[in-house]
Design a protein around this ligand. Structure first.
Ligand code: DAH
Length: 367
């Protein structure tokens, strides 16, 4: 059909009216598919709905003029419906660029791409990954646990009973509004990664060798060596006949793998409620070889981690869920180290806050 031609109407029966209007509607749809810009839409609106020369007006004039009075209402109603449909199509069409503008924007595939700057691993994450991979090479798997913990997992099941003075060594951030719950169910921000020892044993029977890196929280005022957030790697090994000798050998090997083969380790008696006996581990200063320097405060040694043999009472807490942890049949060792401290020592970072500052001038040094 020509654009300005009036489509023929072959009578006034409902069927013929339906056919004739459907034909006009098809023409409307055909012209509506290419509406992109505001300009396109305005042209379409004028062409169809223009008050004097609009196509709808011309067709309705032509069809109504020759129609018998009793058909006029039918025809009028159909024109109204068609007009509403044209308005709907106009509303739906986007205000995007016109087709001509699109051509101008077409992609030039010969242009070089936009180069994205490659990020660098954060020194903390780098250290985290290095420590974890040393233990992975020794056959350890890697675990995770929640940062919001219950009092039970963070303290009680690790043999810190309610009111035990050892709880005071870990100044705890507690979740508000927990007072109505029994103490063991109250939520807190975990103060160490040790609760994941219990969670892992509850899930898996022995033997077990696992490291758990993660974020911990304490109510410490920030200074050069303290921050309310820091990170630890927890380690746990449980099997038959695990001895303190295995603990010493494992940690000595791991420290040599991480800091270099000339590093020595030494173990001092210490106390943790969940290990017995417990020890603090020092390494000979990897920077001066033990002769004394600023990094080891001229002592030749650096204290790095806590460890010990898993206290039988801890296995006792797990046994209800995993009977395999019978302290008469199995034994194990555990250790925990601070990632931040190790990263600061390794990279000569004097202020822990820099690790959390998000300051690119600091971070770009590690790129
Ligand atoms: N959880 C202890 C702390 O944050 C560190 C620790 C010490 C973990 C001895 C251990 C361990 O697994 O055996 O102070």
């Amino acid at each position: 059909m020509q654009e300005n031609e009036i489509p023929p109407l072959g009578g006034y029966s409902d069927a013929e009216l339906d056919r004739a209007f459907a034909e006009v509607a098809r023409e409307v749809e055909k012209t509506a598919v290419s509406l992109h810009s505001a300009e396109d839409k305005e042209q379409f609106r004028l062409a169809w709905l223009g008050r004097k020369q609009g196509r709808l007006k011309l067709i309705s004039d032509a069809w109504l003029k020759s129609a018998p009075p009793e058909a006029k209402k039918q025809i009028g109603q159909r024109f109204n419906a068609l007009k509403a449909e044209i308005e709907r199509l106009l509303e739906m069409a986007g205000d995007g660029p016109a087709a001509s503008e699109l051509d101008a924007e077409a992609i030039d595939i010969t242009l070089p791409g936009t180069r994205r700057k490659l990020g660098a691993e954060h020194p903390l994450i780098k250290t985290w990954n290095e420590i974890v991979s040393v233990f992975q090479r020794m056959g350890y798997s890697v675990g995770v646990g929640p940062e919001i913990e219950t009092d039970y997992y963070n303290f009680e099941s690790l043999n810190f009973p309610p009111g035990h003075p050892a709880r005071d060594t870990q100044d705890t951030l507690v979740v508000a509004g927990q007072e109505r719950k029994p103490l063991r169910d109250r939520l807190l921000m975990r103060t160490h990664t040790s609760p994941v020892q219990i969670r892992t044993m509850e899930q898996q029977p022995p033997p077990l060798r696992i490291v758990i890196p993660g974020k911990v929280h304490r109510n410490d005022a920030a200074d050069a060596t303290h921050y309310p957030i820091f990170h630890q790697v927890e380690g746990l090994c449980v099997d038959t006949n695990i001895t303190f000798g295995d603990l010493k050998g494992t940690l000595d090997f791991a420290m040599k793998a991480f800091f270099g083969s000339s590093v020595k380790t030494r173990f001092f008696p210490s106390f943790f409620p969940f290990t017995e006996p417990s020890a603090d581990v020092q390494i000979s200063c990897p920077f001066c070889g033990g002769s004394g320097c600023r990094k080891c405060k001229y002592s030749g040694w650096i204290e790095l981690l806590g460890c010990g043999m898993v206290d039988p009472a801890v296995f006792g807490f797990v046994q209800g869920k995993q009977p395999g942890y019978d302290p008469k049949k199995i034994s194990g060792f555990a250790f925990g180290m601070g990632i931040d401290r190790i990263a600061m020592m390794k990279y000569g970072i004097g202020d822990i806050g820099l690790l959390y500052s998000g300051d690119l001038r600091f971070l770009e040094q590690f790129a």
